[in-house]
Write a protein of this length. Structure first.
Length: 347
């Protein structure tokens, strides 16, 4: 690393400009052929969303006729009949993260800005949306080599028999039937499937927003149970309230653009998302509408902006719910006193 820094520091400015326009070498796929109908991505990273698997865990991702399997320190299998959708995506990100940023800052005579033109690489992802055994909606994001993401999309298709036998899933369907025959559980919250029809948003962003919101709501004081879209409520109690989010605006950022613009890049090329949030209870007494905006810059923008949105929504839920419950405590004695007065007057 020291040799690399010294080499960069003493290269003339023109060298960076020349290097920035050089064609990149072809990327060799890390796919490993296996038995018929099965293949493995040997260099995969779980970004977020997979149950029982920690974020940023590295491992292999295997797709076969029965399952999608991630194998790292933990192993998780998604039956293909439970898969709702699989999507790919890619973006340009800075090489070496913060270390690369500090390295560019050390290059004299504007060389750091020129270096930003080639000190980046393409990062691809696979987003898998699926149902758990209870029918709950999940979305997991994996970082994979670009060629493998393309191949996965080209080869992954449900078998005709599986598609015919699998029950159709509509994650945007009304969620009221979750309470059929169930008792309302105090502190239970349903996180409804997000509505994305108004704005085109990459699948990885959609997935991360939902999964981070589920995780953030679990940490809210007073929330006893978080329900996912599609979970039946009869066995575990009906959620007392529901949180719905609909995206109103999305503007993808660019780490590379910001790096090449120097100090001015701090204000440009940021990732922005706008959401409309609705919170309500089953009784229809408590209703809150709010607009949430999040803007982030830096590494792992899709993950960071998703968590930023989720954190703001969870904080607003806790605040509004506390205000509502406090008002109910204040007004309860007043209602009781009024009913006693009315009863006395009727005698």
């Amino acid at each position: 690393m020291l040799v690399l820094i010294q080499a960069i520091l003493f290269l003339p400015h023109q060298a960076f400009a020349f290097a920035a326009i050089q064609p990149q070498r072809p990327v060799t796929s890390s796919r490993k052929p296996s038995s018929e109908g099965s293949w493995t991505i040997s260099h995969a990273q779980h970004a977020y969303g997979l149950p029982e698997v920690k974020p940023k865990q590295k491992g292999t991702l295997t797709l076969d006729s029965q399952n999608i399997t991630f194998s790292g320190k933990a192993i998780y299998r998604i039956p293909r009949t439970s898969v709702i959708a699989i999507s790919d995506g890619s973006e340009r990100v800075e090489m070496w993260g913060m270390k690369g940023r500090l390295l560019r800052m050390a290059i004299p005579n504007g060389g750091g800005l020129a270096a930003a033109g080639f000190m980046h690489h393409k990062e691809s992802s696979l987003t898998v949306e699926f149902r758990d055994p209870r029918g709950g909606y999940h979305a997991a994001v994996f970082v994979v080599p670009p060629d493998d993401a393309t191949l996965a999309m080209a080869t992954f298709a449900p078998h005709t028999d599986d598609a015919a036998s699998a029950e159709p899933v509509d994650i945007t369907a009304p969620v009221a039937n979750v309470c059929d025959g169930a008792t309302v559980k105090p502190g239970g919250v349903l996180i409804a499937a997000p509505v994305w029809e108004q704005v085109e948003v990459p699948a990885s962003y959609r997935a991360l927003v939902y999964e981070h919101l589920v995780d953030r709501m679990r940490r809210v004081q007073g929330v006893s149970q978080v329900y996912r879209e599609g979970e039946p409520g009869a066995q575990r109690g009906c959620p007392q309230s529901t949180v719905r989010i609909a995206i109103a605006g999305f503007r993808p950022g660019s780490q590379v653009k910001r790096a090449m613009m120097g100090p001015a890049g701090f204000f440009a090329g940021t990732t922005q998302m706008n959401f409309h949030v609705t919170m309500s209870d089953q009784a229809g007494v408590w209703n809150v509408d709010d607009d949430v905006k999040a803007t982030v810059r830096g590494e792992s923008e899709s993950k960071n902006i998703a968590d930023s949105v989720a954190k703001k929504v969870a904080k607003r839920y806790a605040l509004e719910r506390a205000k509502f419950e406090k008002s109910q405590i204040v007004f309860a004695p007043t209602r009781k006193a009024n009913s006693q007065i009315s009863a006395a007057q009727g005698r």
